[in-house]
Write a protein that binds this ligand. Structure first.
Ligand code: CDM
Ligand code: ATP
Length: 281
């Protein structure tokens, strides 16, 4: 009998990034905006797999795979080139593209984690990764973080209470630069960060006093975002848009309530993308 040793591919989950708050606090001379954001990650996302190979290659599948190409500008390939490594990559795209939940940045960060494991490399310094995308540094560790600067300043946050997310995207792609261009004022107040978030109700109370400064300009560009928020607000104790949209999130204290809300929105809006998952802590 012949025993075959088959090396399983290295697999990394590219968790969806959710900006629970997003304050735009300034603008640098190069035009990029200064941010102050509480970023969390849902326990769902794209999947990046890699196997050893002498060339760098990328195959793409998954429900949203047709929305992007395996072209040199794909963030997965850019991330691998950033490390200077080769390998056969496969991306399973489960997150909608250009949707404010950082799919491309999460893919780039997952590629860096996977390739670093494959090649036995130390992970690069997170702050150096903003040139791949402002969200790539925060996506590398994928834990709740206060993100400042243009995305390179990462600070720990108090422990979050258990929280479930319902993510809803109405199927419109948002171009991040177009949303920033519609912002009236870039010099808004930063977050007011407490020493503790308390329980779910206390956390929601605090979130209500914070903002996503891109929500108003995004809604002007795509009024359907208002419909998404109305749908979530039917039962969510709290709802807001993530990033530059159009994905919005509802927050729930219990899994059962989140799953019920997701079913309700799916039934009322069969064309929308709806997902429920806990926030990774
Ligand atoms: C708005 C956020 O989603 C918040 O998490 C991100 O900062 C956007 O992250 P991203 O999609 O990785 O963005 P990038 O690919 O780096 O930038 C896309 C474009 O968004 C605008 N941009 C982005 C980040 C930033 N701090 N200031 C900006 O003005 C710029 O026009 C930039 O050309
Ligand atoms: N692997 C990838 N997945 C998704 N988009 C990619 C990828 N590689 C390149 N892109 C391009 O990046 C752009 C932004 O896509 P992405 O899905 O990351 O947006 P987003 O969710 O709005 O991100 P953010 O919340 O960080 O603003 C699109 O123009 C897309 O074509």
């Amino acid at each position: 009998m012949r025993t075959e040793v088959v090396d399983a591919p290295i697999r990394e989950l590219a968790r969806a990034k959710v900006n629970l708050t997003l304050h735009v606090t300034g603008r640098r001379p190069d035009g990029l905006h200064m941010l102050d954001s509480l970023v969390v990650f849902a326990d769902l996302g794209d999947v990046v797999e890699v196997e050893a190979g002498s060339r760098l290659s990328l195959a793409i599948g998954g429900p949203f795979g047709s929305g992007i190409g395996a072209t040199p500008d794909n963030l997965v390939l850019r991330a691998a080139r950033h490390l200077g490594v080769s390998g056969a990559l496969r991306l399973t795209k489960a997150l909608p593209v250009s949707s404010g939940i950082g799919g491309g940045s999460a893919d780039a960060a997952a590629t860096i984690r996977a390739m670093s494991r494959l090649h036995g490399l130390t992970l690069p310094a997170a702050a150096d990764l903003t040139r791949l995308g402002a969200d790539v540094p925060v996506c590398l560790a994928s834990v709740p973080t206060r993100m400042r600067g243009i995305g390179e300043v990462l600070q720990p946050v108090p422990t979050l209470p258990p929280v479930w997310l319902v993510l809803v995207n109405p199927g419109v792609g948002m171009a991040t630069p177009a949303v920033f261009a519609r912002l009236d004022h870039a010099d808004n107040a930063p977050m007011d960060m407490p020493d503790s978030f308390g329980d779910f109700d206390g956390f929601v109370k605090w979130l209500t006093r914070q903002r996503n400064d891109l929500q108003f300009p995004a809604e002007q560009l795509s009024p359907v975002i208002g419909e998404v928020l109305t749908a979530l607000n039917q039962d969510a104790p709290f709802a807001r848009m993530s990033g530059s949209g159009a994905t919005c999130f509802g927050l729930y204290a219990e899994q059962a309530a989140a799953l019920r809300a997701a079913d309700r929105v799916r039934h009322a809006h069969p064309g929308w993308w709806v997902a429920a998952a806990p926030v990774g802590r």
